[in-house]
Design a protein. Structure first.
Lengths: 165, 101
């Protein structure tokens, strides 16, 4: 240790060791924060993402598609409410299991930001394209892409958790 | 933390620098909020040692605690205050300045 103005300060070697120690703790905490969600919730999330484009497409379809618009609207409300209930349960269980706060900024921003913009655009945009073209293939293509992104997101967490552990 | 700080060494904080306190701050800065038992396990320290360091950090205004019931038992959750987060970041900057380029 060295003194400077009455304050004891570490030598460069001690400071380097302290920084290395904090980095080790940081990595360990990051591994906890990146704990993957349970498979049942990953499945529920993928199903919700898969169902969203066709159901929303049915809501905005003109003329009506398969069911009345109102029926699609009720279906959307029910499945969204169910999804958020499951999300609440999964989040509470996750916090109990890990003992750390739920953070959405664990994955790199370069992956999360395009996802946060691209996925809603895909889920909302494809039904609007369906409304304009009347072609349901847009809805099912959006479902497939959405599910792939959802599973990819989960696998990224699994990988990050393993890497950080 | 004073925003007018220009010399990184001014951010050196003797309260944070004690090894276990620095590790507590590193964990809470990364995790956002963590249960007392998790902090204890991650840092491999006894409850009394952790409690002592947390008390020092709380008295400095760097850490705050929240109590929550889990499985009928009361659990303590810890997190850095804004002041604590700023002080921790300033302290890291001071350590990097000591290490040099």
């Amino acid at each position: 240790m060295e003194t400077n103005g009455g304050v004891v300060r570490p030598t460069p070697e001690q400071a380097r060791a302290a920084l290395a120690d904090t980095e080790q703790v940081r990595a360990s905490a990051a591994a906890l924060s990146a704990t993957p969600w349970p498979r049942w919730f990953v499945t529920a999330h993928a199903l919700y993402i898969a169902a969203f484009p066709p159901v929303y497409g049915g809501m905005v379809a003109s003329p009506e598609w398969l069911l009345p618009n109102l029926a699609w609207g009720v279906l959307m409300a029910v499945m969204t409410a169910a999804f958020f209930v499951l999300f609440g349960v999964a989040a509470a269980n996750w916090r109990k299991a890990t003992g750390v706060a739920l953070r959405l900024d664990v994955l790199p921003k370069r992956a999360v930001v395009p996802l946060m913009i691209g996925l809603p655009a895909l889920l909302v945009g494809s039904p609007l394209v369906f409304r304009l073209t009347g072609e349901p293939l847009w809805l099912f293509a959006a479902s497939v892409v959405g599910v792939a992104v959802s599973i990819g997101f989960h696998l990224a967490f699994v990988r990050l958790h393993r890497k950080a552990s | 933390m004073n925003n007018a700080v220009t010399d990184p060494m001014d951010g050196f904080d003797t309260t944070i620098h004690a090894p276990n306190r620095l590790r507590i701050c590193a964990l809470l800065d990364t995790a956002g909020e963590a249960e007392f038992a998790v902090v204890q396990r991650q840092l491999d320290v006894s409850a009394s040692v952790l409690s002592k360091h947390v008390t020092v950090l709380m008295e400095a205004g760097y850490v705050e605690q929240r109590k929550a019931v889990r499985d009928t038992r009361q659990r303590v959750w810890l997190r850095l205050t804004r002041q604590g987060r700023d002080a921790y970041q300033a302290h890291l900057a001071a350590l990097r300045a000591i290490v040099g380029p």
